[in-house]
Write a protein that binds this ligand. Structure first.
Ligand code: SAM
Length: 289
């Protein structure tokens, strides 16, 4: 898979193309920067030999894997996959054209793998700054390549190389998204909305999602990306037991704001299982010009 994808990769420092080197565990850019391929399969494009401490930690990634494998977010993954499919349809890109689907802040690769399954000939790139996430991403799908890189800096991709770029509950870098999108390409963003996990907020002492996130995204994108159609809300109820609730909170930034013992005590005081609202907004954006 890496051999097929190498042509779209770029040195994050200066954008020069990447090539294989004499050492099979390294890629080299035209300007001479070297990047290692981890034994788990991801390409380390951070420029650091031992990157650590960024993005989700191993415990958060383990919680994410546990929660997502329970299928609780199935309506979210279905909505993202449908939006990716519609974006390719809008651009008139057939499966046989091997469209490139990139997910930024891809975590365990749950959403990317579903999109790749839905589009038979597609190829995938998952980008995450967390080493634990990149290790999962490298195994998420036979047609995916995993890149350890900071999405807030220059993306390690060539200009106009991506057909659809998805971002699910992860950081956005709209200038870079606009640079790497092919003409006619789209960005699909899933943003948590006010009311998400509402039933857990007061009992567990976690903050609600701030209002106006989608408006903020559209505002930030001005001049670079413009909305395609209307953003739409995906809302459903999940029946969660205490173990699933612990995994849901463990995979979110809330886990870092509450003492783990306090959190465990608060979860134990909840009923054995309860209905919890999941609520997020899908926004599709195309190039502004
Ligand atoms: C809330 S998680 C969402 C993961 C995945 N999209 C999902 O929904 O399952 C946010 C992800 O973004 C990653 N992340 C945070 N900052 C990042 C950055 N600057 N560049 C790339 N990834 C980043 C985290 O490591 C984490 O995996």
């Amino acid at each position: 898979m890496l051999s097929d994808m190498i042509a779209v990769l770029a040195d994050p420092e200066d954008g020069s193309p990447l090539h294989k080197s004499d050492d099979p565990s390294r890629l080299i850019s035209e300007t001479g920067h070297q990047f290692s391929i981890d034994s788990s399969g991801f390409i380390n494009l951070t420029g650091q030999d031992n990157p650590s401490g960024h993005g989700d930690d191993p415990a958060m990634i383990a919680s994410r894997e546990a929660f997502l494998s329970g299928g609780y977010f199935a309506p979210f993954v279905e909505a993202v996959t449908a939006a990716v499919y519609e974006a390719l349809d809008d651009a008139g890109v057939p499966d046989e054209a091997s469209p490139l689907i990139c997910e930024v802040g891809a975590g365990t690769g749950y959403y990317l793998a579903h999109s790749l399954d839905a589009v038979a000939g597609s190829q995938g790139v998952g980008i995450d700054v967390s080493t634990a996430a990149a290790q999962h991403l490298a195994q998420c799908h036979p047609r995916a390549v995993a890149l350890l890189a900071d999405a807030c800096s220059r993306l390690p991709l060539q200009d106009e190389s991506v057909d659809v770029l998805s971002v699910v509950f992860a950081p956005r870098n709209v200038a870079e998204f606009a640079r790497v999108l092919k003409p006619g390409g789209q960005v699909v963003v899933l943003t948590a909305d006010t009311g998400h996990l509402a039933e857990l907020r007061a009992p567990l002492g976690i903050r609600d999602v701030e209002r106006g996130k989608v408006e903020q995204l559209i505002q930030q994108s001005q001049g670079l990306l413009r909305p395609v159609g209307q953003p739409h809300c995906v809302e459903f109820s999940m029946r969660l037991d205490q173990e699933a609730i612990a995994a849901q909170i463990g995979m979110s930034p809330s886990a870092q704001h509450i003492d783990p013992d306090d959190l465990a005590e608060r979860i134990e005081l909840l009923p054995d299982s309860l209905n919890v609202t999941a609520r997020a907004v899908i926004t599709r954006l195309g190039l502004a010009q």
